[in-house]
Write a protein of this length. Structure first.
Length: 252
Protein backbone atom coordinates (compact mmCIF):
# COMPACT_ATOMS: atom_id res chain seq x y z
CA UNK A 1 0.00 0.00 0.00
CA UNK A 2 1.33 3.39 -1.02
CA UNK A 3 0.28 6.92 -0.15
CA UNK A 4 0.13 10.22 -1.99
CA UNK A 5 1.74 13.51 -1.09
CA UNK A 6 -0.70 16.30 -0.35
CA UNK A 7 0.78 19.76 -0.88
CA UNK A 8 -2.34 21.31 0.65
CA UNK A 9 -1.27 19.75 3.97
CA UNK A 10 2.31 20.94 3.64
CA UNK A 11 3.55 17.37 3.30
CA UNK A 12 7.24 16.74 2.70
CA UNK A 13 8.31 13.24 3.72
CA UNK A 14 11.65 12.66 5.37
CA UNK A 15 13.64 9.86 3.72
CA UNK A 16 17.14 10.45 5.11
CA UNK A 17 17.62 7.73 7.72
CA UNK A 18 20.58 9.53 9.31
CA UNK A 19 18.39 12.55 9.99
CA UNK A 20 15.59 10.33 11.30
CA UNK A 21 17.98 8.72 13.77
CA UNK A 22 19.41 12.09 14.83
CA UNK A 23 15.90 13.32 15.67
CA UNK A 24 15.10 10.14 17.60
CA UNK A 25 18.41 10.44 19.47
CA UNK A 26 17.67 14.10 20.31
CA UNK A 27 14.49 13.06 22.12
CA UNK A 28 16.70 11.52 24.77
CA UNK A 29 15.80 8.90 27.35
CA UNK A 30 12.60 7.03 26.38
CA UNK A 31 10.87 7.66 29.68
CA UNK A 32 7.29 8.67 30.43
CA UNK A 33 4.69 9.37 27.75
CA UNK A 34 5.27 10.49 24.16
CA UNK A 35 3.01 12.03 21.52
CA UNK A 36 4.21 12.20 17.92
CA UNK A 37 2.54 14.86 15.78
CA UNK A 38 2.12 14.13 12.08
CA UNK A 39 3.73 10.70 11.64
CA UNK A 40 2.95 10.80 7.90
CA UNK A 41 4.71 7.88 6.21
CA UNK A 42 6.32 6.74 9.46
CA UNK A 43 9.86 8.10 8.97
CA UNK A 44 10.56 8.43 12.70
CA UNK A 45 7.43 6.56 13.84
CA UNK A 46 9.01 3.22 12.99
CA UNK A 47 11.68 3.96 15.60
CA UNK A 48 9.57 5.74 18.21
CA UNK A 49 6.89 3.05 18.45
CA UNK A 50 9.44 0.48 19.64
CA UNK A 51 11.17 2.62 22.26
CA UNK A 52 10.36 1.73 25.88
CA UNK A 53 8.18 4.75 26.62
CA UNK A 54 5.50 4.08 29.20
CA UNK A 55 3.05 4.93 26.44
CA UNK A 56 3.35 6.18 22.85
CA UNK A 57 0.66 7.73 20.69
CA UNK A 58 0.65 9.62 17.42
CA UNK A 59 -1.88 11.97 15.85
CA UNK A 60 -2.40 12.23 12.08
CA UNK A 61 -5.00 14.25 10.18
CA UNK A 62 -4.71 12.49 6.81
CA UNK A 63 -6.99 9.40 6.60
CA UNK A 64 -4.79 7.90 3.87
CA UNK A 65 -1.66 8.11 6.04
CA UNK A 66 -3.53 6.58 8.98
CA UNK A 67 -4.59 3.64 6.80
CA UNK A 68 -1.02 3.26 5.49
CA UNK A 69 0.47 3.27 8.99
CA UNK A 70 -2.07 0.77 10.31
CA UNK A 71 -1.36 -1.61 7.43
CA UNK A 72 2.42 -1.19 7.48
CA UNK A 73 2.78 -1.24 11.27
CA UNK A 74 -0.10 -3.31 12.70
CA UNK A 75 1.13 -2.72 16.26
CA UNK A 76 0.18 0.97 15.85
CA UNK A 77 -3.53 0.13 15.55
CA UNK A 78 -4.54 1.37 18.99
CA UNK A 79 -1.87 4.10 19.17
CA UNK A 80 -2.98 6.31 16.26
CA UNK A 81 -5.35 9.20 16.82
CA UNK A 82 -6.98 10.30 13.57
CA UNK A 83 -7.62 14.02 13.85
CA UNK A 84 -6.36 17.58 13.77
CA UNK A 85 -3.79 18.27 16.47
CA UNK A 86 -4.79 21.93 16.54
CA UNK A 87 -8.29 20.95 17.70
CA UNK A 88 -7.37 17.91 19.77
CA UNK A 89 -7.65 17.39 23.50
CA UNK A 90 -4.50 16.33 25.39
CA UNK A 91 -3.95 12.62 24.62
CA UNK A 92 -2.78 11.85 28.15
CA UNK A 93 -3.99 12.90 31.59
CA UNK A 94 -0.50 13.46 32.99
CA UNK A 95 2.72 15.08 31.74
CA UNK A 96 4.12 14.01 28.36
CA UNK A 97 6.71 14.79 25.69
CA UNK A 98 6.07 15.75 22.07
CA UNK A 99 8.10 14.88 18.97
CA UNK A 100 7.58 15.25 15.26
CA UNK A 101 8.47 16.41 11.79
CA UNK A 102 5.90 19.18 11.82
CA UNK A 103 3.94 20.32 8.74
CA UNK A 104 5.33 23.73 7.74
CA UNK A 105 1.92 25.27 7.16
CA UNK A 106 0.82 24.85 10.80
CA UNK A 107 4.13 24.71 12.67
CA UNK A 108 3.71 28.09 14.40
CA UNK A 109 0.18 27.13 15.45
CA UNK A 110 1.54 23.86 16.84
CA UNK A 111 3.87 25.79 19.17
CA UNK A 112 1.03 28.03 20.36
CA UNK A 113 -1.05 24.90 21.03
CA UNK A 114 1.84 23.42 23.03
CA UNK A 115 1.97 26.64 25.04
CA UNK A 116 -1.72 26.19 25.84
CA UNK A 117 -0.76 22.72 27.13
CA UNK A 118 2.38 23.96 28.94
CA UNK A 119 1.27 22.45 32.26
CA UNK A 120 1.46 18.98 30.68
CA UNK A 121 4.09 19.21 27.92
CA UNK A 122 7.52 18.86 29.51
CA UNK A 123 9.57 18.64 26.30
CA UNK A 124 9.24 19.08 22.56
CA UNK A 125 11.74 17.81 20.00
CA UNK A 126 10.81 18.64 16.47
CA UNK A 127 11.60 19.80 12.98
CA UNK A 128 10.37 23.11 11.61
CA UNK A 129 11.12 25.33 8.68
CA UNK A 130 14.50 26.82 9.69
CA UNK A 131 13.11 30.35 9.84
CA UNK A 132 10.44 29.27 12.35
CA UNK A 133 12.93 27.21 14.37
CA UNK A 134 15.23 30.25 14.59
CA UNK A 135 12.36 32.46 15.72
CA UNK A 136 11.49 30.05 18.53
CA UNK A 137 15.11 29.80 19.70
CA UNK A 138 16.26 33.37 19.07
CA UNK A 139 17.62 35.58 21.86
CA UNK A 140 16.69 39.25 22.28
CA UNK A 141 18.55 41.72 20.09
CA UNK A 142 18.26 39.39 17.10
CA UNK A 143 16.10 40.16 14.05
CA UNK A 144 14.41 36.74 14.42
CA UNK A 145 13.34 37.52 17.99
CA UNK A 146 9.62 38.12 18.25
CA UNK A 147 6.30 37.08 19.77
CA UNK A 148 6.95 33.35 19.35
CA UNK A 149 10.41 33.69 20.94
CA UNK A 150 9.16 35.54 24.02
CA UNK A 151 6.11 33.38 24.70
CA UNK A 152 7.97 30.09 24.20
CA UNK A 153 11.02 31.09 26.21
CA UNK A 154 8.84 32.33 29.04
CA UNK A 155 8.08 28.66 29.79
CA UNK A 156 10.75 26.62 27.98
CA UNK A 157 14.50 26.57 27.52
CA UNK A 158 15.02 26.28 23.76
CA UNK A 159 18.03 24.85 21.95
CA UNK A 160 18.56 24.93 18.18
CA UNK A 161 20.08 21.51 17.43
CA UNK A 162 20.85 21.18 13.71
CA UNK A 163 19.88 22.05 10.13
CA UNK A 164 18.24 19.56 7.78
CA UNK A 165 18.95 19.92 4.07
CA UNK A 166 16.02 20.06 1.63
CA UNK A 167 17.33 16.97 -0.18
CA UNK A 168 16.52 14.88 2.90
CA UNK A 169 12.84 15.12 1.89
CA UNK A 170 10.49 13.92 -0.83
CA UNK A 171 9.64 16.25 -2.47
CA UNK A 172 12.44 18.64 -1.45
CA UNK A 173 10.96 21.80 0.12
CA UNK A 174 12.22 25.16 -1.08
CA UNK A 175 13.63 25.91 2.37
CA UNK A 176 16.12 24.48 4.85
CA UNK A 177 14.68 22.89 7.97
CA UNK A 178 15.87 23.01 11.55
CA UNK A 179 15.44 20.75 14.58
CA UNK A 180 14.97 22.28 18.03
CA UNK A 181 14.44 21.00 21.54
CA UNK A 182 12.25 22.73 24.12
CA UNK A 183 12.52 21.78 27.81
CA UNK A 184 10.04 23.20 30.29
CA UNK A 185 11.62 25.46 32.90
CA UNK A 186 11.67 24.30 36.50
CA UNK A 187 10.65 27.57 38.09
CA UNK A 188 6.94 28.16 38.71
CA UNK A 189 4.85 30.09 36.21
CA UNK A 190 5.61 33.79 36.62
CA UNK A 191 2.57 34.90 34.62
CA UNK A 192 -0.84 34.78 36.27
CA UNK A 193 -2.75 35.65 33.09
CA UNK A 194 -1.18 33.97 30.05
CA UNK A 195 -3.73 35.35 27.57
CA UNK A 196 -3.22 38.87 28.92
CA UNK A 197 0.55 38.46 28.62
CA UNK A 198 0.17 37.12 25.08
CA UNK A 199 -1.81 40.24 24.06
CA UNK A 200 0.78 42.42 25.77
CA UNK A 201 3.68 40.85 23.84
CA UNK A 202 1.77 41.06 20.55
CA UNK A 203 1.14 44.77 21.16
CA UNK A 204 4.85 45.31 21.85
CA UNK A 205 5.87 43.77 18.51
CA UNK A 206 3.01 45.31 16.55
CA UNK A 207 5.30 48.15 15.45
CA UNK A 208 8.64 46.48 16.04
CA UNK A 209 10.68 49.14 14.24
CA UNK A 210 9.34 51.82 16.55
CA UNK A 211 9.72 52.23 20.30
CA UNK A 212 7.56 50.39 22.81
CA UNK A 213 5.87 53.70 23.51
CA UNK A 214 4.30 53.58 20.04
CA UNK A 215 3.16 50.00 20.46
CA UNK A 216 1.54 50.56 23.83
CA UNK A 217 0.07 54.07 23.49
CA UNK A 218 -3.41 52.71 22.79
CA UNK A 219 -3.48 50.40 25.83
CA UNK A 220 -1.32 52.07 28.51
CA UNK A 221 -1.70 55.42 30.25
CA UNK A 222 0.52 58.38 29.29
CA UNK A 223 1.85 58.37 32.85
CA UNK A 224 3.24 54.83 32.57
CA UNK A 225 4.62 55.51 29.10
CA UNK A 226 6.96 58.17 30.56
CA UNK A 227 9.13 55.36 31.96
CA UNK A 228 12.59 55.11 30.36
CA UNK A 229 12.11 51.49 29.25
CA UNK A 230 9.50 52.55 26.69
CA UNK A 231 12.26 54.24 24.69
CA UNK A 232 13.44 50.76 23.71
CA UNK A 233 12.19 48.61 20.84
CA UNK A 234 10.50 45.29 21.56
CA UNK A 235 13.37 43.19 20.22
CA UNK A 236 15.74 44.80 22.75
CA UNK A 237 13.88 43.41 25.76
CA UNK A 238 14.80 40.03 27.22
CA UNK A 239 12.09 37.56 28.14
CA UNK A 240 12.54 38.40 31.83
CA UNK A 241 12.26 42.13 31.08
CA UNK A 242 8.99 41.48 29.24
CA UNK A 243 7.66 39.61 32.27
CA UNK A 244 8.73 42.38 34.67
CA UNK A 245 7.33 45.11 32.42
CA UNK A 246 4.01 43.29 32.16
CA UNK A 247 3.79 42.94 35.92
CA UNK A 248 4.62 46.62 36.36
CA UNK A 249 1.88 47.73 34.01
CA UNK A 250 -0.64 45.42 35.70
CA UNK A 251 -0.04 47.21 39.02
CA UNK A 252 -0.96 50.62 37.60
Amino acid sequence: MQYTLKKSMGQHFLHDENVCLKIVDAIGEPQGLLLEIGPGGGAITKYLKDLPFEQYRCIELDFEKVAYLQKTYPDLADKIIQGDFLHAAPPFETSFKIAGNFPYNISTQIVFKVLDWRDQVTELTGMFQKEVAQRIASAHGNKNYGILSVLTQCYYNVEYLFDVDANSFTPPPKVVSGVIKMKRKNEPDQIEDYLGFKKFVKAAFNQRRKTLRNGFKSILSPEILKEEIFNKRAEQLSVQEFIELYKMTRKQ
